[in-house]
Design a protein around this ligand. Structure first.
Ligand code: B3K
Ligand code: ZN
Length: 867
């Protein structure tokens, strides 16, 4: 038996929320001086220090192994006995209550493969500090509750780094001898060091401007490589739309003279909200019709909005400690979701958000890494940038807005921003502001912050025909999660409606039912015909609902419900019930699904984007999530069978939908997007039907496309098949886009997502392709991340998929622990599978844990996943 305690390089200790103590020393001002060079950058820091309260504790400065080349206190070199090391931190005894400390270190950006701190990417120098990257730049009390005003001076070679950017506003710049130059930036808003940023490089700018509601003129800049300038217009439009939206909907305006965004190609996640200087993964900035799909366009707008919204929810009001991460992330995701919903089809956006929650967060909540949106302990905070903190966090804020209603919710937000502007706050502060503004008691609602696990709701209807009464019987159960064996019932806002099965009319419209006990009954009067239950409409609570509704009831709702989300949901449930029954009995009755899909597909009153979502089968992974023991082989068999049946039974309807959604010249509008989406969904069903002209049709779409949505859509359909057109299209795609990293990522992803039997081998071979690299997180995720989402391939009974993933984790951990750790959760789902697969998966986790010198990032995820 492996001794997991000894596996990590040094056994990491747990940081606990209950151990929080305010900082001993504050740093109201900091001046940073960078002499930039990829191979050796000098960083001088001058910290003004103020003792926080009466205590005799030393100053603690976090570091990451740098040598302190100079330490001066109030102008005098520090005596050797005045400071000591504690691990990588420095402890300094300070005699007075206020001091000035100068430090100097040298760091090497070009060897920084972790992409945390100051690093080099494609000829640029850039920073990433959240959560604990600032300590890799300079010694500092690297914690979010130490807020400082920053003054930054940068000096660099002018030819290599003509552009020098930092947070705040530019103050001065000038030339130096020897082809060098300098620039100075000041940020007047006190901020935690995780929001520090600088960028140096040869960048071109797309400039624009925005006038805020109080008349402040803001210069906007999106900085990219010269060749990419043409791909920045969508991001700029999204930025201006976000600025206007936050003024209109939340009354929040921008507060500096400049707002800059820089795109970099090596980035650990999506983007970063550094004050006044957002740094983005280039995939969330660059978009043009030839290289970006509609989904990419939407993601660009969503992430631009998200980072911009952080200026208030995150920057002006930041987090007291990292346990409060959802305070800024959940709230900001809710804000970006609402923004995106306002830009196009709100119903389709809600469907997409719920799909993402179910794909990423529900499995997390039901597995070994489950944690509440405000966790109690962590080893490595980078592991807690999770779907739970972000997406479930957003659902919690959404529930607050539902419970309070729009007016009180807005008043609560205003109060929260007013009370906590310029400070580091807690989740409790947010809820307290909501409580104060609304006068509502949210005591029980706080359970959403402390309890992990996805609540399960059982709902059934008892109808008494004579009295016209219907009783909605509700029961809830919150499952045990690691460290939380027993749970209390949660307050669940459930939007409910009852429809007459004959008239199709709703009895009294929608009602908001607050389920906050284990069992509850709700009475509906005047119910004159058998009612059909529509529940959790709009997905008003992030829960799993089980009902006893028949296939006929679900088919009825899929065609008649007046809430589009509920309509989609009814269709999904009908499909799932059909598939699960086929998996368990071996007998499939496809007819109700085929009829329901036919009705939706041919309903001209529905918009195409909605139709395209509604007729899609649930993913294999989601079907697996509904089973006690996931059976990937039976799922693929039954899902493929239903897909083929839908394709062939409705072939005329698919062909008609395909022809009718043929788009004209590219246009980025909700209706054109809907048409493109439906077109590729229809093409997929035509291919599933196996009609002989399907590959030709797909290749024609591929070749004739004037946009990436149609082109990648057709490529994806071909990639699942065996026709000669498949190889032709894949080779063409590679040849056409090999110079564009973001598009080449799609080439890898499309093959990793293929439903073909040989996908494991193909993926193994692609990992040896000259264009594959472990060093670039986008490329890594495009192949490995996509592959783990492909249930049939990843869970191939041979275990090759598991071995492949474990080898990747170990190799990536040497370069970039944060990114390596993100690959582990699929292996941690072993409990959900049969003994054969579970044994293979656990063996790979053990193999990972037996690796000498493992990072604490990977150690935490793997050791928690194995038990
Ligand atoms: N706040 C950053 C995420 C930082 C992740 C650090 N591991 C981006 C965002 O959520 O907006
Ligand atoms: Zn965020």
């Amino acid at each position: 038996m492996l001794d997991i305690q000894s596996a990590a390089a040094e056994t990491p200790h747990l940081i606990r929320r209950e151990d929080y103590r305010p900082p001993d020393w504050l740093v109201p001002d900091i001046a940073l001086d960078f002499v930039l060079d990829p191979s050796a950058t000098r960083v001088k820091a001058v910290l003004s220090l103020v003792r926080n309260g009466a205590h005799a504790r030393p100053l603690r400065l976090e570091g990451a192994g740098q040598e302190p080349l100079a330490l001066r206190l109030d102008g005098t070199p520090l005596d050797a006995d005045a400071w000591r090391r504690d691990g990588m931190a420095l402890l300094i005894d300070l005699p007075g209550d206020a001091h000035r400390l100068e430090t100097e270190v040298e760091i090497v950006p070009e060897t920084n493969t972790q992409l945390m701190g100051l690093y080099a990417s494609g000829g640029l120098l850039c920073t990433q500090c959240e959560a604990e990257g600032f300590r890799r730049i300079t010694y500092f009390p690297d914690r979010p509750d130490v807020l400082s005003r920053y003054k930054v001076r940068m000096e660099a070679d002018k030819a290599r780094f003509p552009v020098l950017l930092a947070n705040g506003d530019p103050i001065a710049q000038g030339d130096l001898e020897g082809g060098r130059h300098w620039a100075e930036w000041h940020d007047p808003f006190p901020k935690p060091c995780y929001l520090f940023a600088l960028v140096a490089g040869d960048l071109a700018v797309n400039r624009d401007s925005f006038t805020t509601m109080s008349g402040r003129a803001v210069t906007l800049g999106i900085w990219v490589r010269e060749a990419d300038i043409g791909k920045t217009h969508h991001a700029m439009a999204a930025l201006k739309a976000s600025m206007a939206w936050d003024e209109r909907v939340y009354g929040r305006e921008y507060d500096l003279d400049v707002f800059n965004i820089v795109a970099v190609s090596d980035f650990n996640f999506g983007a970063m909200e550094n004050k006044g200087l957002n740094v983005f993964n280039s995939r969330y900035i660059l978009a043009d019709p030839d290289t970006a799909t509609d989904a990419d366009y939407d993601a660009v707008a969503g992430v631009v909005a998200h980072e911009y919204f952080h200026n208030w929810s995150g920057n002006r009001v930041t987090c007291r400690d990292w346990f409060q991460l959802s305070l800024k992330e959940g709230f900001t995701v809710f804000r970006d979701q609402s923004f995106s919903a306002d830009q196009g089809s709100a119903a389709v956006k809600r469907i997409e958000d719920v799909r993402a929650l179910r794909a990423a967060q529900f499995p997390e909540d039901g597995g070994p890494l489950a944690h509440p949106i405000r966790p109690e302990a962590y080893m490595e905070i980078s592991n807690f940038y999770t779907a739970t903190i972000y997406n479930k966090g957003a659902e919690v804020i959404r529930m607050l807005s539902t419970i309070l209603g729009p007016t009180d919710f807005r008043a609560g937000c205003d109060l929260y921003f007013t009370q906590h502007d310029g400070t580091a706050a807690t989740c409790e502060d947010f809820v307290a502001a909501m409580e104060e503004a609304s006068g509502k008691d949210l005591a029980r609602f706080r359970l959403w912050y402390s309890q992990a696990g996805t609540p399960r709701v059982r709902a059934s209807i008892d109808w008494e025909a004579p009295g016209g009464r219907a009783r909605l019987k509700l029961a809830q159960d919150v499952p045990a999660t690691p460290g939380q064996p027993v749970k209390e019932p949660m307050p669940l806002p459930l939007k409910v409606s009852l429809f007459g099965e004959l008239s199709g009319e709703s009895f009294g419209g929608e009602r908001l039912v607050m389920l906050d006990e284990a069992h509850q009954e709700v009475l509906f009067e005047g119910v004159s015909e058998r009612p059909i239950l529509s529940i959790n409409r709009g997905f008003s609570a992030p829960v799993i609902v089980e009902t006893d509704r028949s296939a006929a009831d679900l088919a009825f709702l899929s065609g008649h419900d007046d809430d589009p989300f509920a309509r989609y949901e009814a269709m999904q449930q009908l499909m799932i019930d059909t598939l699960l029954s086929a998996v368990s009995t071996g007998e499939a009755d496809h007819a109700p699904v085929i009829d329901a899909v036919r009705r939706t597909l041919t309903n001209n009153a529905l918009d195409r984007a909605f139709i395209a979502e509604a007729v899609l089968l649930p993913t294999e992974a989601f079907i697996g999530d509904q089973m006690l023991v996931v059976d990937p082989d039976a799922i693929r068999r039954e899902r493929d069978a239903l897909r083929i049946a839908l394709g062939s039974e409705l072939i005329d309807e698919w062909r008609a939908a395909y022809a009718a959604s043929k788009s004209g010249p590219f246009e980025y509008s909700p209706s054109a997007k809907g048409a493109r989406r439906l077109r590729t969904v229809a093409l997929g069903y035509i291919a599933a039907a196996g009609v002989p002209d399907a590959p030709r049709l797909a290749l024609a779409q591929y070749r004739g496309a004037d946009n990436m949505t149609d082109r990648q859509g057709a490529l994806g359909v071909l990639a699942n098949g065996t026709a000669a057109e498949r190889e032709e299209a894949l080779a063409d795609f590679y040849g056409r886009y090999k110079g564009d990293a973001l598009v080449l990522d799609k080439w890898f992803t499309t093959q990793a997502l293929s439903t073909r039997d040989d996908t494991v081998e193909v993926v193994e071979a692609l990992a040896q392709h000259p264009d594959f690299t472990l060093a670039n997180p986008n490329r890594l995720r495009s192949l490995v991340g996509a592959f783990t989402a492909n249930q049939r391939a990843f869970h191939d009974a041979s275990g090759r998929g598991y071995r492949f993933l474990a080898d990747m984790v170990i190799a990536v951990d040497r370069l970039n622990p944060q990114t390596a750790a993100k690959l582990i959760p699929p292996l941690g789902r072993w409990r959900r599978f049969d003994t054969h697969r579970a044994t293979l998966m656990k063996a790979e986790l053990e193999w990972v844990l037996a690796t000498p010198g493992l990072s604490k990032d990977v150690f935490e995820q793997a050791s928690k996943s194995i038990v």
